[in-house]
Structures are given as C-alpha cells and as structure tokens.
Ligand binder design. Structure first.
Ligand code: ZN
Length: 62
C-alpha cells in the first residue's frame, strides 16, 4: 500500500495516478531516493545532537 503524495489517500502499490485526486505518484526509484535522503538527514541530526554542548550561558558562571 502507498499513500498519495497530494491528498494522502491510500492506494495499492504500483499505482501511477491517484484515483482520488489524479495526482501522479512517484515511482519506486524516486521513493528509494527519498528514503535515503531521509536517512541521511536523520543521521545528520543525530550527529549534531551528539556534539558537546557549547552553551555560552553555562560557561559564563561567575
Ligand atoms: Zn491523491
């Protein structure tokens, strides 16, 4: 099952056009690319969270 990228309705795998709104659906290669990009963004966010805190307000305690 897939979801329409335009209206969000469910449709069977391999559907080229949404039967609810008629929007063309991305093919499997594009979906795979989007998944890879999403994973890269996710790992980038994890790396940024793992960096040591550089909060100037905590370092300037008198
Ligand atoms: Zn749709």
């Amino acid at each position: 099952m897939g979801f329409c990228i335009n209206c969000g309705q469910q449709h069977p795998d391999g559907t080229r056009f949404c039967r609810f709104c008629g929007n063309q659906q991305p093919g499997e290669p594009l979906l795979q690319r989007l998944r890879i990009e999403a994973q890269q963004i996710h790992s980038m966010r994890l790396q940024m969270q793992q960096q040591p805190p550089g909060n100037p307000y905590q370092q300037q305690r008198w």
